[in-house]
Design a protein around this ligand. Sequence first.
Ligand code: MG
Length: 163
Amino acid sequence: MKPKKPFRIGYGYDIHRLVEGRALILGGVNIPHAKGLDGHSDADCLTHALADAVLGALGLPDIGHFFPPTDDRFKGMDSQDILKKATEEASARGYEISNVDIGVIAEEPKIAKFIPQMKEILARSMNIAPEDVGIKATTHEKVGDLGRAVGIAASAVCLLAAK
Ligand code: MG
């Protein structure tokens, strides 16, 4: 399909609760920690926010529409497959991902040292270069639930360019 516009911008946000007995997967990286994010899939809120940004740029519904949490087929699924699906939706409409930028709010654990690995994994899922993936991590300065490490949140923007 020929794209109607040269560029499209998208935004996504997600939050998951930190609980015991789950692996902590963020940006596709398994991060050693006493708790992990709870959810139907691997609960990778960073990747979910990013996939929603891509789908949002296309004017499509969010990832819950494509991968309903009520559907057992998607239980424990690798969120990189969700991001790949969003990338395919963009490609099918004549767009490629130009660049993305992500902010993560995590009071714990410290994730900065895992960011290069996240960029590699996310870039591969979106068929772009790691330098086209921005990731920043911050704490919530002990403010509110996020500041008490009840969960981890992420927001993301992406720019799509006509191929
Ligand atoms: Mg989610």
